[in-house]
Design a protein around this ligand. Sequence first.
Ligand SMILES: [Zn+2]
Length: 163
Amino acid sequence: MKLNVSEALSHPGQEFPFSGTQAIAEQEIGGDLVRLEDAAVEGSFLSDEDGNISVRGTVRTTAHARCAKCLEPAQAEVRNEFDETFIRAGDPEDPEIFAYEGHEVDLDRLVMSYAVMALPIRFLCREDCPGLQYRDPDVAPAEPGIQYPFAGLRQLLENNEEV
Ligand SMILES: [Zn+2]
């Protein structure tokens, strides 16, 4: 998501509202994949006398991952507020700052960072999820990639019965 800051540069100190959506790449967190829906971003920006652009606003999205207890799909609402300054002609390689050149401020890294920062430490399908220990292994879905502690054992037993 990009902001055209031409107007702000010619009117330092004047605030310009903006809103939009931005796609956020799937994140791997603690070995688990977290998928994020397109983020809704809104806020305002203004330029100082030196052409540095302050951007503040809100990122909102929904994140999807597996429940930490039962491994079923779980989701979490993600919301975070940001207030950052993009340094005009700053070093784009410097991870400590946000930088921009010309008349466009690219919000991709900012939106992604603030969305990821606000992710829950672990996802739960519901507050009181009892976890795997109460699951009946007979009803465990045979989805590839999802680990059930007894699935391998059951497979072994079934294979042996066929011999
Ligand atoms: Zn659960």
